[in-house]
Design a protein around this ligand. Structure first.
Ligand code: ATP
Length: 228
């Protein structure tokens, strides 16, 4: 059974339709890349899955359970953890407090997060608003893991970060994948994302126009759907 199965998803902002039938599947233990140029509907798809926006039509199944139309806090209880665009943490809490505040029972603990990101351990008593951008991103991922999600969603997790920090984040994602974590990732740097992905979905104008193995996303298709 798929962990996440989205079909025929249609979402509106007021009268404006943003999604016109998105199809997306994440199997257990898979890393799935959700791609598309700016404004094609990636964030709207994620917001719909999480119940932050209520889709008008279509189905969103999490481990077989229909969640379309449910409120965000209920969907979160079914095990979806988001690392949001803009790496939001509590600025006036320390690194450790940020992790503990997110904690739900499961295999992820502050200790394991610190093993994944040793920089966070070194800065455990530092306030989140004094961290570098890269450290804040690590903390945002750590916070999402502390909720012990079945599905981890990363929305633009490496945007605006220095290359060396991006490598650390991708290394962490590869490690999570080896440990069997299911991940849905949105990122603009295909050269970094495609080698990690098991499967890709490409959105264009609110529709899924490609789904398949990364190897099937040829240079021509990349140019057609993702080129500038
Ligand atoms: P980006 O890569 O720039 O983040 P995206 O693929 O995530 O883009 P979305 O942010 O999902 O795209 O936007 C899809 C469409 O919905 C766009 O046409 C956008 O203008 C519109 N849209 C997004 N958010 C809102 C909003 N709050 N109100 C109205 N329209 C919105």
């Amino acid at each position: 059974m798929s962990l996440l199965e989205v079909s025929g998803l249609e979402t509106f902002y007021g009268a404006l339709q943003a999604l016109f039938g998105v199809e997306l599947v994440v199997a257990e233990g898979e890393v799935v890349a959700l791609m598309g140029r700016n404004g094609m509907g990636k964030t709207t798809t994620i917001s719909s899955i999480l119940g932050m926006i209520r889709p008008r039509n279509g189905s969103i199944r999490l481990a077989g359970r229909e969640v379309a139309g449910m409120r965000a806090h209920r969907i979160a209880q079914f095990g979806v953890g988001l690392v949001p665009e803009g790496r939001r943490c509590f600025p006036n809490l320390t690194v450790r407090e940020n992790l503990v505040a997110a904690a739900r029972p499961g295999r992820w603990t502050a200790k394991r997060v610190n093993e994944l990101f040793p920089r966070l351990e070194e800065r455990h008593a530092q306030y989140a608003n004094t961290l570098s951008g890269g450290e804040q991103q690590m903390l945002a991922i750590g916070r999402a893991l502390m909720t012990n999600p079945e599905l981890l969603i990363l929305d633009e997790a490496t945007e605006g970060l220095a290359p060396v920090i991006r490598q650390d984040i991708w290394a962490a994602i590869r490690r999570l994948k080896r440990e069997g974590q299911s991940i849905l990732v949105v990122d603009k740097t295909l050269s970094e994302m495609l080698p990690v992905a098991d499967r890709c979905f490409v959105l264009e104008k609110g529709r899924t126009v490609f789904s398949g193995l990364p190897a099937a996303l040829t240079a021509e298709l990349q140019d057609r759907y993702l080129g500038v």
